[in-house]
Design a protein around this ligand. Structure first.
Ligand SMILES: [Zn+2]
Length: 436
């Protein structure tokens, strides 16, 4: 289990505790549940001069899923982890739908309206709403964690490759070796640049070797522009030949390789705008912010023998990653962004005509769709306890999406609120058992 967050009576964060300890505090009546997701308890009596251990929040932003992890840098203990699923595609679809409906004006007969100019500017740093929502989701969770635990630093994976490190190595003539960080980043860079294919025969899905275009024996350097990827047969066949000799019968391939070797990888330099925007906004939290590279994340993860998941990638972000990581008992929380519903006031049919009554009030008997409730039914065919997301109806007859499936027609009288709708839904994940 991931640890449980603890607040003192003034809502100041204390050290997260093991779930067993939290359970004891709750049964002894020394604490109460403050928030269900992330699970937070609040102590009833103040702790005199509390000592807190500083935690670091690590973020691996992705287009669909962002990994989050809280780590104690001093001990290497992973305290909490989560995978945050974004809803970028849903937002894009909603905007496309809206645009389609508004377009219909053009084919309708309407009075003349003067064209509106000069109201179509976009502010500096504007991002499409789908990307903006990814940043907003991540920031929301960074702020929530800041309120729930003693957070002292943040690490964020910002770029794919460390161009600076590679250029320095190039200038200083460092030999790239497997197992070294610079070597690792170079290999990843080359795989991307040469699209994971053998430069000479175009073979894919084969083990590729880093190959010097002008071989070492003839004074070839380790500069990136002298490196390419080749499969073992091609690499052996070329040996110490000059590339012009080796490819004398294939002038087209020769020309392509020489041109591609000189050209730097464009995407690596043109960094992801979303990640930098997130970096700038995380800075405003006022915590020390560390920028990591994708190459280093993968290197950190590989040398520790960890499988690839979003939350373990987050654990491995940045140079600050402790040498030994304790990820035992960590069960990531799977968070999905759902939004707060739409502003559309009634349903429309396929050609856009209203076909239902206006939507009713959002709150029904103190509940709203998206709340997480506990429904305890003591009699009848649906007898049992159901915990899950609720869908409210004005009649007071609700549906609960519980572990057992969707249960329809539960009266509001049997429901108790356990987590107010906050735009996200939650699922507890399985842990990674082997200690590292
Ligand atoms: Zn080959």
């Amino acid at each position: 289990m991931s640890h449980v967050f603890v607040l003192d009576p003034d809502k100041q964060p204390l050290d997260p505790v093991h779930p067993g300890r939290a359970r004891l505090l709750l049964t002894q009546g020394k604490a109460a549940v403050f928030r269900r997701y992330p699970f937070t308890i609040i102590l009833k009596e103040a702790v005199p001069s509390p000592q807190v251990q500083e935690l670091r929040l690590k973020i691996d932003p992705g287009s669909k899923t962002t990994g989050l992890a809280l780590i104690n840098d001093a001990t290497g203990k992973v305290v909490w982890a989560a995978e945050l699923q974004h809803r970028g595609e849903v937002i894009k679809k909603a905007l496309d739908d809206r645009r389609r409906v508004r377009r219909s004006r053009r084919s309708r007969k309407t009075r003349y309206r003067t064209p509106r100019f000069k109201n179509r500017t976009r502010r500096k740093g504007w991002l499409p709403p789908s990307l903006e929502s990814r940043i907003a989701n991540t920031l929301t969770w960074a702020r929530r964690l800041l309120r729930s635990c003693p957070l002292e630093a943040v690490s964020l994976e910002v770029v794919k490759f460390d161009m600076h490190l590679m250029q320095n190595a190039e200038i200083e003539g460092v030999e790239y070796q497997q197992g070294e960080l610079a070597g690792y980043e170079v290999r990843e860079y080359l795989l991307e640049k040469w699209r994971r294919t053998c430069a000479y025969c175009g073979a894919t899905d084969v083990p590729l070797e880093v190959e010097h275009i002008l071989c070492r024996a003839r004074g070839g350097t380790h500069r990136i522009s002298n490196l390419t990827l080749a499969c073992k047969p091609c690499n052996d066949a070329k040996g110490t030949q000059l590339i012009e000799e080796f490819l004398s019968d294939r002038p087209g391939v020769l020309k392509k390789i020489l041109a591609q070797a000189k050209a730097p990888l464009k995407d690596a330099a043109a960094v992801n705008a979303t990640r930098w925007a997130l970096y700038e906004r995380l800075k405003l939290l006022g915590l020390p912010l560390e920028a990591g590279t994708g190459g280093r994340t993968k290197w950190n993860r590989t040398i520790r023998g960890l499988p690839k998941t979003h939350w373990l990638d987050a654990v491995c972000v940045g140079a600050s990653t402790p040498p030994t990581l304790d990820i035992r008992e960590v069960r990531p929380l799977f968070i999905s962004a759902n939004g707060y519903g739409s502003r559309q006031k009634c349903n429309v049919n396929k050609i856009g005509f209203p076909c239902s009554k206006p939507k009713g009030a959002r709150m029904v008997k103190g509940f709203q769709t998206g709340d997480i409730v506990r429904a305890a039914l003591t009699s009848g065919t649906k007898q049992g306890v159901y915990i899950g997301r609720v869908l409210v109806r004005a009649s007071g007859s609700f549906d609960v999406r519980a572990k057992q499936g969707r249960v329809q027609g539960i009266s509001h009288r049997f429901c108790t609120l356990i987590h107010r709708c906050d735009g996200y839904s939650y699922l507890k994940g399985a842990g990674h058992s082997s200690p590292v």
